[in-house]
Design a protein around this ligand. Structure first.
Ligand code: GYE
Length: 343
């Protein structure tokens, strides 16, 4: 529903939205796949185009910067979008909550949220629902209990990414008695940290790989975080008996590589390293032999997101989740792929 039209509708539209949330919001599962807010929110795009509010996570990684650029340039180039209101939440959930409340006050047509963490969204998303404004999740997901409070999610299958890292680990260390692993987790409570962890260890357990998780800590998806946690790992455990570092993103892996080198070890040889994302800098480290496996996570889905925003505004039925396409790369691929990287 367009901003200007909605403003004119006033309390009637508000009441309609509230009824939809009240009756369908508590279901938790099942439903028609569009949740309780959607049909009431979809008023159709007018010739003026949509006003979209986007509460982005922050600017913590090359992945994130590429994602913001992709969304902003797609909105700019798309005649169906009148305006994208972009908020960088600096990795703070409270900033995202504040941004959503502002979008509701401004009566934007569609809210796009890339949630920093999975929990704590019920109240603010109910407010958006009550205002009749549909919410799309971009990138990260939220807990299942709140699935009726958004229309659809467009992003990566993080469990699958973890599983790919796990499959390579099982294959690589199949002959070892006990694979000793360090894990650099993403932001605590975030969907990619939770899912990349569970997907990875599920595969190791399913395939009965003998392993020991020596330590696992969060580096908050940043290079500084990855480096300082790795320094702590090294001083606590040494590196002589460690086989593998599993870093939930490029930045943390690259920060860790620095710490490993500063401690006098050779990353990629003394310790094998997996990263997730696949930025150019990540591939360059691969070409230099400093890491061993890259699980791709694709941030360039801005154009697809604009399509979804228009469909949602028009009240179309959509799948609850659409995964972007992603691949995996080993040492034989690094050289050939490095120049293709878009971020
Ligand atoms: O892997 C990481 C970023 O949510 C998929 O967030 C995203 C993750 C990405 O900080 O680099």
């Amino acid at each position: 529903m367009l901003k200007k039209t909605l403003a004119g509708l006033g309390a009637g539209a508000l009441l309609l939205g509230m009824t939809a949330c009240g009756t369908e919001g508590g279901g938790g599962s099942g439903g028609d796949g569009n949740g309780g807010c959607v049909s009431e929110g979809g008023g159709g795009a007018s010739d003026d185009g949509l006003v979209v509010g986007f509460a982005q996570v922050g600017a913590e990684s090359a992945w994130r910067t590429a994602n913001s650029e992709s969304v902003q340039s797609a909105a700019e180039a798309d005649d169906r979008i009148a305006e994208l209101q972009f908020v960088d939440a600096q990795q703070e959930q409270e900033n995202q909550i504040e941004a959503i409340r502002t979008f509701v006050t401004q009566q934007v047509d569609v809210i796009v949220l890339a949630p920093v963490v999975e929990t704590g969204w019920t109240d603010v998303l109910t407010e958006a629902c009550d205002a009749g404004i549909p919410v799309i999740l971009a990138d990260r997901g939220i807990e299942d209990a709140d699935e009726d409070l958004y229309v659809t999610r467009l992003g990566s299958d993080f469990v699958e990414e973890g599983r790919k890292a796990g499959a390579w680990t099982v294959e690589t260390f199949a002959d070892d008695d006990n694979t000793r692993i360090l894990e650099l987790e993403g932001t605590v409570g975030s969907a990619p940290a939770n899912d990349r962890n569970s997907g990875f260890f599920d595969v190791l357990d399913e395939e009965s790989l003998p392993y020991e998780l020596v330590d696992s800590q969060s580096g908050d998806f940043t290079a500084e975080g990855g480096k300082s946690v790795m320094e702590t790992f090294i001083s606590t455990h040494g590196l002589d008996d460690i086989d593998l570092l599993y870093a939930h993103n490029d930045e943390m892996g690259l920060g860790a590589i620095q710490a490993i080198e500063e401690a006098g070890y050779t990353p990629g040889e003394d310790i094998q390293i997996i990263i997730v994302d696949g930025s150019k800098a990540g591939f360059e480290a691969g070409v230099a032999g400093k890491l061993n496996y890259i699980v791709e996570c694709n941030p360039v889905f801005g154009e697809q997101l604009m399509d979804v925003a228009v469909q949602v505004a028009e009240g179309e039925e959509l799948d609850k989740f659409t995964a972007v396409e992603e691949s995996v790369y080993g040492p034989d691929d690094f050289e050939a792929e490095v120049d293709n990287r878009q971020f």
